[in-house]
Design a protein around this ligand. Structure first.
Ligand code: HEM
Length: 480
């Protein structure tokens, strides 16, 4: 077995608790050579057969556990969230300026708590209801772009996610293309993301990165402050406007701390929503191209519930169970964060007789949960019906219970993210058809889906044909 862990309490050391099972580590390197560097979740999923739902490993000198089931994730990350809500230390976070724009990598403590509280006030379930009109409006604008310029569908998803974010956070309405402030905020996080998964390389110059992060945090914030000073807000609600008003009432001494936390929480919302939303929409389109029957089924549901003379709204959501099942299956089929965002333990713990030392990195293997053949037979197939029972109602199994993370660090943008993705999906299903692209000779262009890996696993752009549905005439487009 392993050498005894460092940092155990006296009692733990005396009783020599066992670490959870796991592969035998090499001296110095630990288990690093056995792990798939691009897709580590595949290795951890394979190891599940040998070691079970809680496995222990070492990456160089870092102790880590991988949780391979929702049950254990709930038992530890949720029910013991006091212990499991820290983040592992990452050497790249400070020098590259990440902590200026997000609290997602901040350790469990007061600084994180303040930003998270501010965030939560805007993004808790009831508060996010007020974003629905903006989400729907932006989803419909996206359709106009998709019909106009189908080739660049990926760009339109990016525009959709950033423009929803910019509206609800800064009350800023970016112009359709080449908006300077949106460009500032839409940054591509793939090449410079912290190296959570030991799969990506970080070669960017830290100073350039920090400057960019500062601009991303400050420019839209200053624009919101200016709107406020000029009393020229476009909409009624935005996270920054609401909080700047709150800040006005505070005593002078607390204002600077509050402002820093607010700037960071606002930038964190843009960062958190941008790539997650557009990557999820890419998975959806991939599914619609590869599974045309699913698309037809969903369109038939929308046509019969909503009709063809108007577009779906949030009020229709409860009457569209099949569309809901597509959303669930989209989240499950290719989870965009296959290892979530790693947590760390802030004190020693014992679970089922296994010792988990303080400072252990804790990863929830969302990929393994999504590929559990007992729960999801034929798991690699896109099959929304798995979430529908014999009476046609939705089952209790909702992948939102794991794809947004668990415990106190679980995604605070979950309700807004879910609603953005739903509004985009339902509007696309009502108005356009996705199918395989064809070449000049009319031959279907076949392809094998490829994925970018890193913290976020996203489908690479693939050839795809997007055309308006037959009833989507100019009159309906005018309604968009
Ligand atoms: C489809 C959409 C999304 C998915 C799948 C997703 C998933 C996740 C996951 C897995 C985590 C880590 C949770 C953990 O540590 O256990 C997370 C954290 C976070 N997400 Fe999301 N997210 C989505 C959308 C959003 C949106 C729309 C926002 C902002 C409005 C957002 C903001 C954040 C923030 C700020 C954190 C860090 C929380 C913390 O460390 O305390 N996310 N998200």
């Amino acid at each position: 077995m392993f050498p005894s862990p460092s940092g155990g309490s006296v009692e733990n050391r005396q009783s020599k608790p066992r670490l959870p099972p796991g592969p035998v580590p090499l001296p110095l390197l630990g288990n690093v050579l056995s792990i798939d560097t691009k897709e580590p979740w595949l290795t951890y999923t394979k190891w599940r057969a040998a070691y079970g739902d809680l496995l222990f490993m070492r990456i160089l000198d870092q102790e880590a556990v991988v949780i391979n089931s929702q049950h254990v994730a709930e038992a530890l990350m949720d029910k013991r969230s006091r212990i499991y809500s820290d983040r592992p230390y990452l050497a790249t976070v400070e020098p590259f300026g990440w902590s200026t724009i997000t609290f997602a990598f901040t350790g469990y403590g007061d600084e994180w708590r303040l930003s998270r509280r501010l965030f939560h006030q805007t993004f808790r379930p009831n508060s996010t209801l007020k974003f629905r009109p903006v989400q729907m409006r932006r989803a419909r604008e996206m359709i106009v772009n998709l019909i106009d310029d189908p080739q660049h569908y990926h760009d339109h998803f990016a525009t959709f996610s950033s423009s929803v974010g910019m509206s609800v956070i800064y009350d800023y309405q970016p112009s359709a293309r080449d908006d300077p402030l949106r460009e500032q905020s839409c940054f591509n996080s793939s090449p410079s993301l912290p190296d959570w998964c030991w799969g990506s390389s970080i070669k960017r110059d830290a100073q350039i990165s920090t400057d960019r992060m500062n601009e991303m945090r400050d420019l839209p914030f200053q624009s919101a402050q200016q709107h406020m000073a000029e009393n020229s807000f476009l909409g009624q609600f935005s996270m920054v406007a609401e909080n700047l008003q709150r800040m006005e009432k505070q005593d002078e001494a607390s204002k600077p701390i509050f402002e820093v936390a607010l700037k960071r929480a606002a930038a964190a919302a843009i960062l958190g929503s941008y790539e997650t939303t557009s990557s999820t929409l890419m998975v959806f389109v991939l599914a619609m191209v590869l599974y045309p029957d699913v698309q037809r089924h969903a369109q038939a549901e929308i046509d019969s519930v909503v009709g063809r003379d108007r577009l779906p709204t949030f009020e229709d959501r409860a009457s569209l169970p099949y569309v809901e099942s597509i959303l669930r299956e989209t989240f499950r089929w290719h989870p965009i964060l296959p290892l979530g965002v790693p947590h760390a333990t802030s004190s020693d713990d014992t679970y089922n007789g296994f010792f988990i030392p303080k400072g252990t990195t804790v990863m929830c293997n969302v990929w393994a949960i999504s590929r559990d053949e007992k729960r999801y037979p034929d798991a690699s197939r896109f099959m929304p019906e798995r979430f529908i029972d014999v009476d046609g109602a939705l089952t209790d199994d909702d992948p939102a219970g794991y794809i947004f993370g668990l415990g106190r660090r679980a995604c605070p943008g979950r309700y807004a993210g879910d609603a953005s993705v739903w509004s985009a999906i339902v509007t696309m299903l009502a108005t356009v058809n996705f199918s395989f692209a064809k070449d000049d000779q009319g031959k279907v262009i076949d392809f094998t889906p490829q994925f970018n890996t890193g913290l976020i696993r996203s489908v690479k752009i693939f050839p795809c044909n997007i055309s308006p549905r037959s009833h989507v005439h100019s009159g309906l487009v005018d309604l968009l």
